[in-house]
Design a protein around this ligand. Structure first.
Ligand code: SF4
Length: 267
């Protein structure tokens, strides 16, 4: 007997897969097989990506690598020089500190070696836990290092748009913490998925969150998921006793709000 809760007649994992099936047809994304970033390089990139567009993170990363071709030199570089190199990313002051302190920690913990090669020998759970001891590294950042670097692990990073959309669809409780969100959403996907399948899934969900499931003005009327979506049902067919399930206020001042004033940067 299937004990999973039903969602519009579907068990929750079947609903998650139906969402994916539809979105894959709508956003046919070809992921790049040529993963070339080492875990250490990906760690730096993932920190730069926190609450920053991919384009800006890439610009910041490219400039940083031009100015500091050897990551070891970042350990002793003046912090303002790192901050200036990554100015395309949001909150360069905080991220410069995260990057430098993370690299210094790795150097110390690895006995003078600046690499993350030991993660290749670890399980994904242990590798995540190791990474999350570093400054500025939470579950999304550690999952990004595992998925997108040459580690090529089958794990799911969950970013803000992904989490919002899953809550609206009813696949994630609004009360779920970030760590729980990663566990819950990954558990809804097939256990035998490869790294490539997780990367494709992540890209497709991200694309839909950006193009349809906007934080303040989701395009529910034209959304291919509206018949599966709790938020759309309350929004498109409101009843007096129903309020929209997830209303996300865009922080108008988000560009200015320094993350030290928020609970987490990496969410
Ligand atoms: S129906 Fe609306 S709220 Fe639901 S996933 Fe689509 S855009 Fe988002």
């Amino acid at each position: 007997m299937n004990a999973q809760p039903l969602h519009y007649g579907l068990p929750i994992s079947a609903k998650a897969m139906e969402v994916y099936r539809r979105l894959l047809g709508l956003h046919p994304i070809a992921v790049d097989d040529a993963i070339s970033l080492t875990p250490l390089e990906m760690l730096v990139f993932a920190i730069l990506s926190q609450r920053t567009t991919h384009k800006n993170a890439q610009q910041a990363f490219d400039t940083l690598r031009q100015k500091f071709p050897d990551l070891l030199s970042l350990c002793d570089a003046p912090i303002h020089a790192i901050e200036s190199a990554i100015s395309d990313a949001r909150w360069p002051d905080l991220k410069a500190s995260y990057i430098q302190n993370s690299l210094r920690h790795i150097l110390g913990w690895r006995g003078g070696e600046l690499n993350l090669d030991h993660l290749f020998q670890m399980s994904s759970e242990d590798a995540s836990a190791w990474l999350e001891r570093l400054p500025g590294v939470g579950r999304k950042t550690s999952a990004s290092v595992l998925l997108f670097s040459t580690l090529r692990r089958a794990v799911l990073p969950v970013d803000t748009g992904h989490r919002r959309m899953m809550m609206r669809l009813g696949l994630l409780r609004p009360s779920a913490s970030w760590d729980k969100a990663h566990l819950i959403l990954q558990s809804q996907l097939p256990r035998d998925w490869s790294q490539r399948e997780f990367e494709t899934y992540h890209s497709v969900i991200k694309k839909h969150a950006q193009t349809y499931c906007d934080a303040t003005q989701p395009r529910c009327a034209g959304c291919i998921l509206k018949d599966l979506c709790l938020h759309a049902q309350t929004r498109l067919h409101p009843r007096p006793d129903h309020a929209p399930l997830i209303t996300t206020k865009r922080r108008k001042s988000s560009d200015q709000t320094h993350p030290t004033q928020m609970c987490m940067l990496y969410d």
